[in-house]
Design a protein around this ligand. Structure first.
Ligand SMILES: [Ca+2]
Ligand SMILES: [Ca+2]
Length: 229
């Protein structure tokens, strides 16, 4: 092999290493400015930040919101954690702001979270109905998105609206589907966590993402766990 051919081989090897090292494992969506307003659909994308396709993703939605008008402006005059506000409308709702979801097909687009929060609360002796659909996913171009749709704030003229003063939705690719706790290792902790979900029939145990929790999920998890990934 000539010196020139050797350098080409070395360059190709280096390029391969570099692209492997540059695997895009995370996309961050800036939520600042996103409004929570009656009958108003909003969406934010991570673009140009993208995340590579993988078998599993962990996501964290974290933000501060503030009332812009009406009772919400009186109730939340300064930035307040989104989790605190959600809890005031629907106790337990903030748990959905953190999670992990499988994508065994390993392709994009994929929806990671599609959840409607709703509740009724009394603010200054006004009964307020609240409902909003949160969607987190990754589009065909590998950009992550966070959407707020089907927003109902009733009576909206009294209650007003809110917006994010800061916040992010972070989507992190997890290399192994059997890495249930998404810590980068596949070990007994993952097995125990999955088994405990499966035992109680939790939707978290829906390993193949078909909407049901049954033996197929357990078998798929066990086979991925056995090969260590
Ligand atoms: Ca793990
Ligand atoms: Ca299933």
């Amino acid at each position: 092999m000539s010196i020139c051919a050797r350098s080409v081989v070395a360059l190709v090897a280096l390029a391969t290493l570099t692209s492997a090292a540059k695997a895009d494992d995370q996309a961050v969506i800036n939520l600042a400015g996103l409004k929570i307003k009656n009958a108003t659909n909003q969406s934010k994308s991570s673009a140009p930040d993208t995340v590579d396709a993988g078998p599993r993703y962990a996501y964290v939605i974290d933000g501060m919101v503030k009332g812009d008008s009406g009772l919400l402006a009186a109730l939340y005059p300064s930035p307040t954690a989104l989790a605190t506000v959600l809890e005031s409308f629907q106790p337990g709702a903030s748990e959905a702001l953190t999670g992990a979801v499988n994508n065994l097909a390993g392709t994009h687009p994929v929806v990671l979270l599609d959840q409607t929060f709703s509740g009724t609360t009394v603010i200054a002796s006004v009964t307020v109905n609240f409902s909003a659909r949160f969607t987190v996913g990754i589009d065909a171009g590998n950009a992550a998105y966070f959407s707020l749709t089907s927003v109902v704030i009733d009576p909206s003229f009294l209650v007003g609206s809110m917006s994010f003063t800061s916040g992010t939705a972070t989507i992190r690719r997890v290399a192994c589907a059997a890495d249930i706790n998404a810590d980068g290792f596949v070990n007994a902790l993952d097995y125990d966590m999955y088994a405990s979900w499966f035992e109680i029939g939790s939707s978290l145990a829906d390993f193949n993402g078909d909407g049901f929790v049954n033996g197929l999920d357990y078998d798929e998890f066990a086979s991925r766990f056995e090969v260590g990934c």
